[in-house]
Design a protein around this ligand. Structure first.
Ligand code: C2E
Ligand code: MG
Ligand code: MG
Length: 506
């Protein structure tokens, strides 16, 4: 080929242009390849981000679902989840011909505990209760917090309704022990209402309502019990509602009256004392003893108003004794732990004293061991405040509560009242006599006065005085008396030195 040939020259030029095109094409190809790698990398990054976002949103969704189905404080199923599980359990049981038990619980004194110790302790109690319910059940059972201090368990796979009592008893037993929560020692308790599918209802609504009725009756039967629903409870629950509204009316009309039971002291004493014991003059049912209505009054917190009436009446009556010349007599008034837990308790006492004109040193408040065990700063403070005013304190029903005696040393107590339970068998049971003897010695070591309750026989009184008991109270001295009868009794007995022929060494 000759480069002189013009054709060849054109051909070469064409070739060179073609090469340039190819080089350009190659360059573009290389650029594109680089872009594609970059895009692929970008795509991979975007995909990772999308996957992470998806995982995150799934996590949130799970969290939302958990929150929507569980109670955030206790981690138990909430009301909605409970209903779903309860409905499912019934549907399954209907297919299998099985039983389902619904157990409804509520906590005693939850409001008082919350008010007295604060919400952190209240929350701890709820968490403790949740754990107790979980411990008492199997994985397959549903444990739920329905709200506040209301809890429920759905038990499935039962052969007999009675199997549910094992769970109920376990929970009741766990709650009947003193609890230490956030360094506070306190007592609570629980009652249980039980309804069973299919016997007590075919659908969840009816079973819930019947469980509630059973719970209501369990509470009015006294705390720490369980109650199965049965049809007679419909009537009982109705009666209990009527009773409660009667009690509310009784406060408005002040249908409460006080009887007084004197205490007898072994040696000559500057003062005597009589215990005020409340009775309810029911318009239809006649005179009702305290054990018929104090429990209901405590459950509904009506005891706060009733207690005010009692305190006012007792202080007024004691002032009357003084005006009539029996001017060293004290009055002892029983105080419910519900009353004592009220923030304005000290003011209530001050008002009763001011209104009646009674000096504080003539008022003795009888509180129970459980009330003192619920130790908190506010309990201590109230006791000390009242003590500094001159009010006295007796521990009622001593020996029936808890064996922790530390509080006797720490708190401003004046007197312990040994429960009738120990006195009853004192003549025949050497163990009881030994217990009584030990209580008397313990009381005296701590500088406390010791009185025995429920003394009915002269021999019991003699044994008690022989063992150093300071005073006795019981039918031997007198049954509780209406105010006028008590005044007559006083004038016959003399102010303090009533002697009943108890020729006992003092
Ligand atoms: P308590 O404070 O331990 O009162 C003693 C109870 O034993 C009284 O029963 C009294 O009548 C009874 N009793 C006294 N001596 C004898 C005896 O020798 N033999 C027998 N068998 N019984 C005797 P009551 O009046 O039925 O009171 C029962 C409980 O009700 C009281 O026990 C107290 O815990 C509570 N209560 C009574 N009045 C009030 C009150 O005003 N407020 C509060 N919150 N509770 C009260
Ligand atoms: Mg008493
Ligand atoms: Mg007592």
């Amino acid at each position: 080929m000759s480069l002189d040939d013009p054709k060849d020259i054109v051909f070469i030029e064409q070739l060179q242009s073609r090469i340039a095109e190819l080089e350009d094409f190659q360059q573009r190809l290389e650029n594109n390849a680089a872009n594609t790698v970059e895009m692929a990398e970008e795509l991979a990054g975007a995909r990772d981000k999308a996957e992470a976002a998806l995982r995150e949103s799934e996590k949130y969704q799970r969290e939302i679902e958990t929150l929507a189905r569980h109670d955030h404080l206790t981690g138990l199923a909430n009301r909605r989840e409970f209903r779903r599980a309860f409905d499912d359990a019934i549907t399954l049981a209907a297919r299998q011909g099985a039983l389902v038990a619904l157990l409804l619980f509520d906590l005693d004194k939850f409001k008082i505990i919350n008010d007295t110790y604060g919400h952190p302790v209240g929350d701890e109690l709820l968490k403790f209760f949740a754990e107790t319910l979980n411990d008492a059940t199997r994985e397959t059972d549903t444990v739920a917090r329905l709200g506040g201090d209301e809890f429920a368990i759905v038990l499935t796979g039962l052969h007999a309704a009675e199997q549910s009592t094992i769970v109920a008893q376990r929970v009741i037993a766990a709650l009947s022990q003193p609890l230490v929560l956030e360094k506070c020692m306190l007592t609570s308790g629980t009652s249980v209402g039980i309804s069973v599918y299919p016997k007590d209802g075919q659908d969840p609504e009816v079973l819930l309502s019947n469980g509630d009725k059973a719970l209501y009756v369990a509470k009015s039967n006294g705390r720490g019990t369980y109650q199965f629903f049965d049809n007679s409870l419909n009537e009982k629950a109705k009666q209990a509602h009527i009773f409660e509204s009667d009690l509310r009316m009784a406060i408005v009309r002040n249908e409460f009256v006080l009887d007084f039971q004197p205490q007898h002291f072994a040696g000559p004493t500057a003062r005597g004392c009589a215990e005020a014991l409340v009775r309810w003059r029911h318009p239809v049912r006649g005179l009702l003893a305290p054990d018929k209505f104090i429990g209901t009054a405590e459950d509904n917190r009506l005891i706060i108003d009733i207690g005010r009436l009692i305190l006012a009446g007792a202080c007024r009556e004691c002032r009357k004794w003084h005006d009539l010349g029996h001017d060293s007599l004290c009055v002892a008034v029983n105080i419910s732990s519900v009353q004592f837990g009220e923030p304005d308790f000290v003011e209530v006492i001050e008002k009763a004293l001011t209104d009646s004109g009674l000096e504080a040193k003539y008022l003795e408040l009888e509180i129970t061991e459980s009330c003192l065990m619920d130790q908190s700063d506010s309990v201590n403070e109230k006791l000390h405040q009242l003590r500094s005013m001159g009010v006295k304190f007796a521990v009622d029903d001593f020996g029936t509560g808890y064996s922790s005696l530390a509080y006797l040393k720490q708190l401003p107590i004046d007197k312990i009242k040994i429960d009738k339970l120990f006195i009853d068998q004192i003549l025949s049971d050497t163990d009881d006599l030994a217990i009584v003897d030990a209580i008397i010695k313990l009381g005296h070591t701590l500088g406390l006065e010791v009185i025995a309750e429920g003394v009915e026989q002269k021999e019991q009184a003699m044994a008690l005085y022989k063992n150093g008991c300071d005073a006795i109270q019981g039918y031997l001295i007198s049954k509780p008396m209406a105010p006028d009868t008590f005044l007559d009794w006083l004038s016959v007995q003399g102010q303090t030195e009533y002697d009943h022929g108890l020729s006992v060494p003092v």
